[in-house]
Design a protein around this ligand. Sequence first.
Ligand SMILES: [Fe+2]
Ligand SMILES: [Fe+2]
Length: 458
Amino acid sequence: MNEHREVNVFDKDRSEINLSDSEHSLYLRPKETACLLTDLLWVELELSRMAFGWLPAVKEFETKVQLGRYGYLHNQHAKLLYERLGELPGSLNEKQGSPSITREVVERISLAPSEAAFFAGYTYAVRKLFEEYELLEERLDPILDAPTADKLRYILVDRNEMLKWLPQQVQFAATEDPVLAREITAWRNYAKAVWTNLIESLNSGNHYSPVWPQHLTGQAIGPVPMNSAWNEERFPLYKWNPAYKQSYSDPSLSPLQDSVKQMHYINATEMGAAESLCYLYYAVSEMKLEFYFDTARHLWDEVRHCEMGVRRLLQMGYKTEAFKFFKGSPGKGLKDLTQEWFPNLYAGLTMVAEPCSFIKKRKSAEHFWQFNDALSAIHCEFDMVDERMHVEFGKKWGPELYKQINDIITATEMSERARIRRIEELGEAVSLEEAKKIAKNFPGFCGLSTIELKYNQY
Ligand SMILES: [Fe+2]
Ligand SMILES: [Fe+2]
């Protein structure tokens, strides 16, 4: 037990410990560094929520991929700070979540009327955040607080990458559109005024009453829209056909249905899974930070799987226009979703879709090796590495998510329930007893849930 931990960093008077404060004290005590890192951690976490929340709201595939990456990077920064905070005095009170001012500031900047306006606000926030890191870096004692300086060094590596790509999303967005150009300028100014409240508030402890600038008119198109934005010309959407309940069984989905290369198509559809996880990440609160660290990794992995699938299809000479894809948005606003939607979604993904896909990936890898397609085989091998981890995440966090809705359940029960739900969707059992019997035989269950590939055909 660390005797310093009885002091909660939130409990003390914050007026002595300020971000951006170069005048007050020349030297930072350990508890003061902890306080500043805590502020930065919550800003990073809220920015990861913003980036993931906007992934479904942007139209282009490449933009979605990049927001998946940035959501993950913000989350990784939070994780680095968290590691250091574990060594410093004070406790984080992590289940309480972000301070309300931090959450409100980032949420206000998030509610943008267009993609370009969103990126203008996001760029501003990221630039200001890195300025805070740099100011803190200057204040740290290079010997006494070298472990903190090292964490900041890792974080600051991402500065150039992020601040190169983000402004490019705005730079030419309004070249032919003066109305949009005015909107971007107005939104950037709005974001500046909102951000000022964050700095003022963090600098003055709990004694600050924020004065919010007037919210600009115009409907926010993100984050977490009811229906995700999508470029249907490049990635045509599948229209649900009840005749094909088994996953990937409709022949109109893909010209590769008779080939082991169908595995790449299946990977290419995983933006749907990534989008679903965005809603989960955005909406779920009061979980330990480790849940957000794991879920950000999970989410980014699904983005990578999609990216690698699309890349391989293009390398092989196929066009994405020849396939059908799925969105992951729920078709409802967050407030209209039932409480069970989130844990059910997560259990379905981690207890049904992911473990069942594992069998397919292993067989595909074996056959790709036989066909001397090393790159495709290695795709499947890396995919399996990630999937194994996702199933572990599912066992760890699924029961915790159910606990939030007062449904106390073990990982095994959750897994069985998710399989039974799937059997019911498929209409494969006449009674609950029969469904339970089918659910017990895992390979048999997966055979019903999702179609086998034609492994012997290249
Ligand atoms: Fe995946
Ligand atoms: Fe996965």
